[in-house]
Design a protein around this ligand. Structure first.
Ligand SMILES: Nc1ncnc2c1ncn2[C@@H]1O[C@H](COP(=O)(O)OP(=O)(O)OP(=O)(O)O)[C@@H](O)[C@H]1O
Ligand SMILES: [Mg+2]
Length: 252
């Protein structure tokens, strides 16, 4: 029997009320267990795509299937199987303390208290927030809030994790801890979908790179091959170009 894609996206388009077409005929399958990087410049439609495939927004036309079922029929299983780290980390904070916030997802899944506690402790440690478990969540810095959002999703133990700009606001140790988290998720056989324009941070971990440009898929394939085919109009810089001297950084 043929494998069923985790997500099957067919001719997906989204036009906002002002008449702006953010997505135009996107066609792609996302497979369980893959580490997929969706890259594209600001406004290319990454977040719009993520919101539609996770049923947080509706498409203007086209269809999305989750595990072979139309999205409307699959919303309940999608909510338990797929964890989202939003681009806007502030909007994801609901709990009073850091630990309470990270516990909201697993509590919603009706997991036993002791399991929730264990998972929250492990997730906060993985995200480098172990010491801040009792801090007021709102008092965290921008980068710490992003790590908290990631910890909350980790604690849910979802099979699929979608991270929208997970590196925004992160310092280098923060970037490293997110990369370690992504590596561990991959080792556990989870599906990881990362939406970013900071290609260089995750490229080494991704098996597939999709380039979105103006709401359309410009390229889709193995990272090396996609990078070899980059065009200036995609608005993406090939991260394999190195900066050898400080002067080389003046490429603008
Ligand atoms: N609610 C909305 N109403 C009108 N236009 C919108 C709305 N949401 C998004 N857009 C437009 O759709 C386009 C795609 O937005 P989207 O947020 O998906 O971009 P993105 O690729 O995630 O960009 P970034 O890298 O900045 O996060 C943008 O030009 C944006 O202005
Ligand atoms: Mg976005």
């Amino acid at each position: 029997m043929d494998r069923v894609p985790l997500f099957s996206i067919k001719q997906l388009s989204k036009t906002f009320s002002q008449g702006y077409a953010a997505l135009c005929g996107v066609d792609m399958d996302i497979w369980a267990g893959e580490c997929l990087l969706i890259a594209g410049p600001n406004g290319s439609g990454k977040t719009a795509l993520m919101k539609i495939i996770t049923a947080l927004d509706t498409a203007s036309s086209g269809e999305v299937f989750f595990e072979g079922k139309p999205l409307v029929q699959a919303v309940n299983s999608l909510r338990t199987a797929v964890g989202l780290v939003f681009q806007d980390a502030d909007a994801q904070i609901i709990g009073e303390t850091v630990a309470e916030d990270a516990a909201l997802g697993p509590k919603n899944l009706k997991l036993p208290k002791n399991i929730v506690k264990e998972r929250v402790a492990a997730a906060l440690t993985a995200a480098g927030l172990g010491e801040k478990a009792d801090f007021p969540a709102r008092s965290l810095s921008g980068g710490e809030k992003r790590r908290l959002a990631i910890a909350g999703i980790l604690a849910m133990g979802c099979q699929t994790i979608i991270m929208d700009e997970p590196f925004a606001n992160l310092d280098w140790p923060g970037v490293k801890s997110v990369l370690q988290i992504v590596s561990a998720l991959k080792r556990d056989g989870k599906t990881v979908i990362i939406l970013t324009h900071e290609l260089e941070k995750t490229l080494a971990l991704a098996e597939r790179l999709v380039v979105l440009c103006g709401g359309k898929i410009a390229r889709d394939g193995k990272p090396e091959a996609v990078l070899d085919a980059l065009k200036p109009e995609y608005g993406i810089r090939d991260p394999r170009c190195s900066y050898l001297t400080v002067k080389d950084c003046l490429w603008l």
